[in-house]
Design a protein around this ligand. Structure first.
Ligand code: 9YT
Length: 133
């Protein structure tokens, strides 16, 4: 059994920061769960374009207000606590944080840990993740 607390991740390499967000990586590939789970803060006023070509991701909002624009379907959906979106078709999207957003994110395959977005807003499929269950 793994017991891990958010407070233990502060200042470690499981806390990954980008310009628009900070991702606390509670579970990673090395934990052997088959997915990674992150507690992610998106900073107020930001718009982040993403396209997870190599991963599916489910995102559950627990704090804040924002919206997600589906760049393939063209629709925009409000985001508030209790809203889930699941990128089951590797959907290209823009996430706009009207206020600070706190999101619980699950990735399959699991992230290894250090990934940040490339120029397309994707995470690379790092080699070890391919073999993870
Ligand atoms: C909600 C979202 O996708 N934010 C970007 C960061 C990423 N999800 C992560 O690594 O936690």
């Amino acid at each position: 059994m793994i017991i891990r607390r958010l407070s233990e991740l502060d200042g470690t390499d499981r806390e990954v920061r980008d310009e628009n967000w900070s991702s606390r990586r509670l579970l990673l590939a090395e934990d052997g769960m088959g997915f990674s789970m992150h507690d992610t803060i998106l900073h107020a006023g930001t718009a982040t374009r993403m396209w997870y070509r190599h991963h599916v991701e489910a995102v559950y909002c627990v704090e804040g207000e924002g919206e997600i624009e589906d760049l393939d379907g063209g629709e925009t959906h409000p985001i508030a606590p209790g809203t889930l979106y699941a990128l089951d078709e590797n959907d290209r999207h823009v996430l706009r944080a009207k206020t600070r957003l706190r999101m619980i994110c699950v990735f399959n395959p699991a992230l290894l840990g250090p990934e940040t977005h490339d120029e397309d807003g994707a995470y690379p499929l790092l080699a070890e993740a391919e073999g993870a269950r």
